[in-house]
Write a protein that binds this ligand. Sequence first.
Ligand SMILES: [Zn+2]
Ligand SMILES: [Zn+2]
Length: 285
Amino acid sequence: MRVTFYGVRGSVPSPGPQTARYGGNTSCVEVRLADGSVLALDAGTGLRQMGNTLLREGRPSPVHLLLSHTHWDHVLGLPFFGPLWGKDNHIFVYPLANDAQERFQRNIFDDIHFPVSVEDIPARMEFVKPDTLKWRIGSATVSRIMLNHPGGAQGFRIDDDGGKSLAYITDNELRAGKALVTVEELARFADDVDVLIHDSQYLMADMPRKHGWGHSVVDDVLNLGVLAEPKQLILFHHDPDRTDDALDAIGERSRKWIAAHSKATEVVVASEGLTLDLSNVGLKK
Ligand SMILES: [Zn+2]
Ligand SMILES: [Zn+2]
């Protein structure tokens, strides 16, 4: 399994000199399975570059698109996804958190928000509707879990037959008032994965002002890491106002904290262009 980050930012794209190192594109992660299957986790603005890469490398189809939810920062890249504009390409779309979100295509490609209507997309976009919360894609079993986020969102766990695993949990508020899912349930969901990617948008200083906004404080994500014990805990969905220097400081503090609380886990601050080859993950400290 190979994981590449094309967009690591939350809420809104944030280009500029102060975010150039970690990147300003919004949520998009490519997962390539052991059998070569290509998964796109979210379709934020990072999806544009992912599409360019797939076209350049001659593997534009099929693509399996898994959306956490349909807030702008998770779908805005879709109209600019190169493989969408090739008639021989096939994009599979999986269930969303609720029926309203499953109308996202019609809301984007409606001749008003984008100059092409959904009927005129050249590629074949096919909704796949598994009956259960677990299904197969290529060489992997995928499962999903509902998250604490306004309007609904879902997290995914991908267990590849090659033995590698990843959990993608964004956008989620670990300390939500009325929690759909508890920290303990999420820790069980992501138990022992190689890579756990989690929304880490806020710091304690942002609270209580941003309580209920559907995102997590870094400290709570580190605690989840101690419970789930991933080999790598990836801080993701950075606040658009968080500068590169601020993210460096978060990374440094988080690595020190986790070293004192867990022998099994390494913390990484997600950055655009970061690639994890999971065959190299797993060095216990
Ligand atoms: Zn988001
Ligand atoms: Zn959201």
